[in-house]
Design a protein around this ligand. Sequence first.
Ligand code: GLN
Length: 302
Amino acid sequence: MEKILEKIIHDNRDLINKGHVADYIPALSKVNPNYIGLSIADIDGNIYNVGDCNVKFTIQSISKIIALMLALIDNGEDFLFTKVGYEPTDEPFNTLYKLDFNKNKPANPMINSGAIVTTSLIKGSKEEKFSRLIELIRFITENPDINYNEEVYLSEKSTGHKNRAMAYLMKSKGLLNGDVEDILDTYFKQCSIEVTAADLAKIGLFVARRCPMNIDSKIGNERMASIITAIMTTCGMYDFSGQYAATVGIPSKSGVGGGILGLIPSKLGIGVFSPALDKFGNSIAGYGIMKDLSRELNLNIF
Ligand code: GLN
């Protein structure tokens, strides 16, 4: 298995030169673009790590899965989806374009506006929200050392004007309860949580195992896993989600830190890390790796 994975990494390494690390968040522009790592954790307890699997990077948009989990746990499905949609969008992840139309709410929880809504729906003060987010990640990954990157958090907080604009727009439409700056603060901080490709594979496996946890919740674990997997499939790779589904066929979520989390229900979780991005904000080598992995291991769910 490791041999196959090593070859996949080797075959896709050159793609790094065609992408660019995110620089709209200034602290992210300092990341070394040459990292590349792939981790798989399967349901039988096997873990395969190749390349830079233990290098930390910021989780960014992949945190949207964790925020969605907690928002579902606290509010249940029916209420949550009065504030955010189930539908994919052909707009980029940071769009606010259609938000101002009529009674529109964010298209889905995997774009920034939708995630700002799910973060707002997590119960508790801003400190409690963040502590529940990070504790859930620590629990799922069995990694108590997970923490956030202060520099990336402050960098995004001081430059995230578009996220701020969409949050205030949503506040004006009654979509956000609570103090807008507090909600944004939690959102920026959750995006700056540091994980490794190996951690991402474990989060993928957790959802693949149908979210096994014993927690007071307004939604069943099985239903939560089903919603998350469906929305990852239709919306997880932003405005590239359709082509990604057709060419890879693995429910996935990416982040501008260069991570991609994938999962095959009841089988395995995948974590990929390579920070150079394509024009959609997805890891460019990560996409190539996922395509090859899908073919080599026959993982396409469609
Ligand atoms: N923190 C990033 C932002 O809000 C997350 C976006 C992403 O990973 N696509 O822009």
